[in-house]
Design a protein around this ligand. Structure first.
Ligand code: SAM
Ligand code: SF4
Length: 330
């Protein structure tokens, strides 16, 4: 699948639910209204769409959300997608999770073919964790991370850089990740969805964070890539990797290889733009074959825009896109 700018689309992110057991301040409003069930694709429908994408050349699928691991029976989807790993199918099936369900699920994930997880954890401080997630506890996430490690899964910790909230913790997190063998990625906040707060208060440019980190750590250039937008460095003192995802200060769209599918079957060709294709109606139309479905997907890919133009400043208080990150999936 090639888009109009010659980029090969080989990576599909699937948001399997808009629901979550946490309410991170940068991601959701406290009183979120979630989608009615009838609008949400069932697991068989999600699998049929994933299969269509795989046959069109998608090699990597990441399940996300909302919190993907709180969706009922999600393990059956994961098992079935895991069965598609291999020549001519998927190269990799990965998951982005807040980690709260991993003590229960890590072993099954490994058995299904998952080898890497991104676990979002913005702080190692239980009080700050509760402030960020509004009602979460740090311990289940920490336990989940260690359960994943024990099950043989490679863990990357994702932390959103939040001004005045976790900005003094990066040294500690780098040391902790180094000690336990986890990669760490810092992410800039993106202006997505109303969140009942002012984003200019949260926004912390990673260019600044990086130069601060360099005062205490030696960051060596690295050409390591995971197929995602992060730029990685090796931390000489720990041997671990640190990545920076900088949608605000550095536009990474030139090398974009992905599209995003929501749990309602809406295909977004760009995280930062509103154009989308509805795949649920054709999916539920008995007259539409798998080949027709692929044709519809290809037509959508042909509309993939060149990039996003996120801005956070005092003049742009409205989100760049109205939907929350939990809709499109991070
Ligand atoms: N619940 C899972 C989790 O937290 O990992 C998966 C979904 S969550 C939407 C995916 C990622 O998006 C998380 O790492 C989260 O921190 C990030 N995220 C959410 N809202 C964001 C925003 N406005 N800007 C930047 N990253 C955001
Ligand atoms: Fe839930 Fe993940 Fe959003 Fe936090 S970032 S509210 S854990 S979906």
């Amino acid at each position: 699948m090639l888009d109009p700018f010659g980029r090969r689309i080989s990576y599909l992110r699937v948001s399997v639910t808009d629901r979550c057991d946490l309410r991170c301040v940068y991601c959701m409003a406290e009183d979120m209204t979630f989608l009615p069930k009838a609008q949400v694709l069932d697991l068989e429908e999600l699998e049929r769409l994933c299969a269509a994408f795989i046959s069109l050349g998608v090699e990597k699928i990441r399940l996300t959300g909302g919190e993907p691991l709180v969706r009922k029976n999600v393990m059956s989807l994961i098992r079935n997608l895991g069965g598609r790993i291999g020549p001519g199918g998927l190269e990799e099936l990965t998951i982005t999770t807040n980690g709260t369900q991993l003590t229960k699920m890590a072993g099954d994930l490994y058995a299904s073919g998952v080898r890497r997880l991104n676990v979002s954890m913005d702080t190692l401080d239980p009080v700050v964790f509760k402030d960020i997630t509004r009602w979460g506890k740090l311990e289940p996430t920490l336990d989940g991370i260690f359960a994943a490690k024990a099950a043989g899964l490679a863990v990357k910790i994702n932390a959103v850089a939040l001004k005045g909230v976790n900005e003094h913790e990066y040294d500690r997190m780098i040391a902790w990740c180094g000690e336990h063998g986890f990669d760490l990625t810092l992410i800039e906040t993106m202006p997505m969805g109303e969140i009942s707060g002012d984003r200019t208060d949260q926004y912390l440019p990673l260019s600044l964070v990086r130069s601060r980190i360099r005062q205490n750590w030696t960051l060596e250039e690295s050409d390591y890539r995971t197929g995602g937008p992060a730029r990685y460095f090796r931390v000489k003192e720990t041997g671990g990797r640190i990545g920076f995802i900088t949608p605000m200060t550095h536009n990474f769209c030139e090398s974009c290889n992905r599209v995003r599918l929501t749990c309602t079957g809406t295909l977004y060709m760009c995280l930062g733009q509103d154009d989308a294709a509805d795949l649920r109606a054709p999916l539920r139309d008995p007259g539409v074959s798998d080949d027709d479905l692929k044709e519809i997907i290809l037509n959508a890919i042909a509309r993939k825009p060149k990039g996003h133009d996120f801005v956070i400043d005092r003049r742009h208080k409205r989100p760049a896109v109205a939907r929350h990150m939990s809709v499109t999936g991070g």
